[in-house]
Design a protein around this ligand. Structure first.
Ligand code: EPU
Length: 422
């Protein structure tokens, strides 16, 4: 049991390099199963979700080794197991990608239902609809998703919601399906494009990723590859917001500025300065932050995974801000914890009304999920006195050694064992 302890009040200043994208990594690692060969994947973030997935792949018979902290070498030629019912699977949301990958390669999969962050109902009906359209029989029994197909055939699939998970999962299952699969109303997030690029580098024929319509023409096999994962949009956004919240000046390197447009635009609207280079950007806070309205949307809209961090920033802006969550039905659970720091936020369904500027003071708080944990860190950086954050395991699922990055920018943050005095 560990906690992060932050003594707030310091401006963040300096530069850091952004890690590889978590949500691309957790799709690409299961996709290795389709290769039946050796994949070298670079720029993987070294985070709990990656470690759990690599462990799962190993148990399925894939030979996995880290060439260095961020490079995985995985040989999936020996995978023959199609059942993934391990503890490591249950912890993860992204374990659902094992269904698409195993079904795509072997025509069958039995995988424990996904876990992951809890912010309301997180159905997988669109994944199942896609697998069924390709010719699989899918049932849920004793907490397992069981999918089987004598033969997968390409089909048109219209998604009722532009789901990231369903789009990627159907792409994985359809790589070898006979004929053409067309996913309409597909998700357009950068990690969807990254996963499609990874499949194409191995010889798949996926076209249109990044638009509403993705076409996958089945191929007979894939080959070995080397691939570099894109930078993490959400990690970059978290540091941009932290810089703005502390009135600091931070340069984020190794990023794709285009992916950051919705965040850069909001920070500029609040009065911050955001300057872009080819693969970096610099955020400088404003003396007086203006209130704004933020509505989470699918890409290229403002990402739901930055909604909690943005809400904290709005707490220290002067005036009334509105945050509308349109992607998930219950992603304001962390507000109770924010209030312990002195944030003034009221919730009405999927809308939060934020009154600022609040004078934040340090408190003992608990991360209720990954991004909520990131929001509490930002709150702690702005608060007077010490903030101690529990449930750090959530934060470790998605941010690689976040306290080292923040310390290098001048934050007073340390990791302590829970029993140590804070
Ligand atoms: N939905 C359905 N049916 C489905 C699938 C989704 O109704 O079959 C609904 C969901 O309930 C939600 C909306 O569609 O209201 C979007 O869900 P989506 O499937 O896009 O989300 P996800 O695949 O479960 C991924 C990321 C999340 C991120 C969302 C939205 C991974 C492993 N997770 O989740 O990331 O919030 O997309 O962008 O890629 C995070 O990194 O902290 C995180 C939670």
């Amino acid at each position: 049991m560990e906690r992060l302890v932050i003594t707030g009040g310091r401006r963040l200043n300096g530069e850091i390099s952004v890690n590889g994208a978590k949500n691309a990594a957790v799709a690409i690692i299961p996709a290795v199963i389709l290769a039946s060969g050796v994949c070298v994947i670079e720029n993987l973030p070294y985070i709990e979700d990656v470690v759990s997935l690599v462990d799962t792949l190993t148990r399925l018979g894939c030979k996995c080794g880290f060439r260095d902290r961020h490079t995985l070498v995985a040989d999936s030629s020996g995978v023959s197991e199609t059942q993934a019912a391990f503890d490591s699977v249950r912890k993860l949301r992204a374990s659902y990608y094992l269904v698409g990958a195993l079904l795509g390669r072997f025509g069958e999969a039995s995988v424990t239902l996904p876990g992951g962050c809890n912010f309301g109902t997180r159905p997988i009906d669109q994944h199942i609809k896609g697998f069924e359209a390709l010719g699989a029989e899918v049932r849920i029994e004793h907490g397992q998703i069981i999918a089987k197909a004598a033969k997968l055939r390409g089909a048109p699939i219209y998604l009722d919601v532009a789901s990231v998970g369903a789009t990627i999962n159907i792409m994985l299952a359809a790589v070898f399906a006979e004929g053409t699969t067309v996913i309409d109303n597909a998700a357009k997030e950068p990690h969807v494009v990254d996963c499609a690029n990874f499949l194409n580098i191995m010889g798949a024929r996926v076209k249109g990723a990044g638009t509403d319509v993705i076409k996958i023409q089945g191929v007979p096999g894939l080959h070995d590859c080397e691939y570099t994962i894109i930078p993490d949009q959400i990690e970059c956004g978290t540091f941009m917001i932290a810089a703005a919240a502390t009135g600091g000046r931070v340069t984020l390197k190794n990023i794709i500025p285009k992916h950051m447009d919705s965040i850069s635009a909001k920070l500029s609207e609040m009065g911050c300065s955001v300057r872009e280079g080819a693969d970096f950007l610099t955020v400088e806070g404003a003396e007086r932050l203006k209130p704004v309205t933020v509505k989470t949307m699918v890409y290229p809209g403002f990402p739901t995974d930055l909604q909690p961090q943005m809400t904290v920033l709005l707490c220290v802006a002067g005036g009334t801000s509105i945050v509308k969550e349109t992607v998930f039905d219950n992603r304001f659970q962390y507000i109770t914890e924010l209030r312990r720091l002195g944030c003034d936020v009221t919730i009405d369904g999927r809308v939060a009304v934020v009154e600022g500027p609040a004078k934040l003071t340090g408190a003992d708080v608990t991360a209720t999920d990954l991004r909520a944990g990131a929001a509490l860190i930002i709150g702690g950086l702005c608060a007077d006195g010490a903030t101690s954050i529990g449930n750090v395991k959530y934060i470790d699922r998605g941010y690689e050694t976040i306290e080292h990055n923040l310390s290098s920018l001048g934050a007073d943050i340390k990791r302590v064992r829970a029993e140590e005095p804070t």
